[in-house]
Design a binder for this molecule. Sequence first.
Ligand SMILES: NC(=O)c1ccc[n+]([C@@H]2O[C@H](COP(=O)([O-])OP(=O)(O)OC[C@H]3O[C@@H](n4cnc5c(N)ncnc54)[C@H](O)[C@@H]3O)[C@@H](O)[C@H]2O)c1
Length: 346
Amino acid sequence: MRLIVTGGAGFIGSAVVRQAVVAGHEVLNLDALTYAACLDNVASVADRPNYTFLEADIRDRAAMDQAFADHQPDAIMHLAAESHVDRSIDGPGTFIETNITGTYTLLEAARAYWLAQGKPDSFRFHHISTDEVYGSLGDTGQFTEDTPYDPRSPYSASKAASDHLVRAWAETYGLPVVLTNCSNNYGPYHFPEKLIPVVILNALAGKPLPIYGDGSNVRDWLYVEDHADALLTVLQRGELGRSYNIGGENERSNLELVQTICAILDRLKPGPHPYADLITFVTDRPGHDARYAIDPTRIREELGWRPSVTVEEGLEKTVRWYLDNEPWWRALQDRQGVGQRLGVKT
Ligand SMILES: NC(=O)c1ccc[n+]([C@@H]2O[C@H](COP(=O)([O-])OP(=O)(O)OC[C@H]3O[C@@H](n4cnc5c(N)ncnc54)[C@H](O)[C@@H]3O)[C@@H](O)[C@H]2O)c1
């Protein structure tokens, strides 16, 4: 297939790009190269003849029209977004502009291209979203694709808005879309402002391991390579117009997660004291959702997809990757805001 992948220099987009290029698809990686981007993430495929990179902003309609005209895609996988909840609390404006206006601009460019092609049913606009649009769960229950939206942070509200736009473009204009809503990802190339890389890198530096609140917030963790595999599965075999929840079936509280990382580090790179001694509870994030959990029945039963690793296996691979790739994360630690506490109530 000929694919445009937006946000392909980010964490998840780069995993999609690597897998899609290796699978033989003709991939245009379209990314504005914000603070969260790193082209080293795709270095392993950058020299292949079926890979091209374009620096462009999804809010730039002319640039999007040109990208569609030049690449002539069979599908677009839309991952470009502002993605960090804490940054959305401090500065919601860019989340509104990129996640909502940017998705609108991309939908319009895709629709114009699709119309000019004669409205092929085979075209796909695959919108990649998050389980955070469903809000927060109590101790029981899981998000299904029919759970009402109830976003509670500027980030999740902007993603929810973009999901609504994608569904509206399908209903109103007939644009062939699929949507996916995924749980928290982790793995190689995770930008060092998110919880898991922060914990690994602070532990290695002997710094406190910050846990928001009492650490009881529960997330359903999915290894990023499994997410990329699920996305390519939905793109190629998902039913037109349908949305699929993607989860890891790996619920852990933040405290359990950090303790697991510490135990892995104690084994792989023992320090003078157990790394768990560095755990420090800090002021909670305002509006911190208590629990997310995905019911993955639809993607499992309709498409036969399930995650390949448990969170313990995925975390061990991730810790090993950070130990083996110090130049990658060192280069990102100087970027604006990295290493600082963001998103504290004002
Ligand atoms: N990280 C998660 O756990 C998770 C879970 C579920 C869904 N998602 C969704 O998956 C997608 C990718 O998430 P991620 O964690 O890889 O994010 P990321 O922040 O690592 O990467 C986002 C990429 O988008 C690019 N980008 C940002 N604004 C842009 C713009 N205006 N035009 C073009 N490119 C732009 C950035 O340069 C960056 O390379 C997002 O849509 C996010 O909402 C993430």
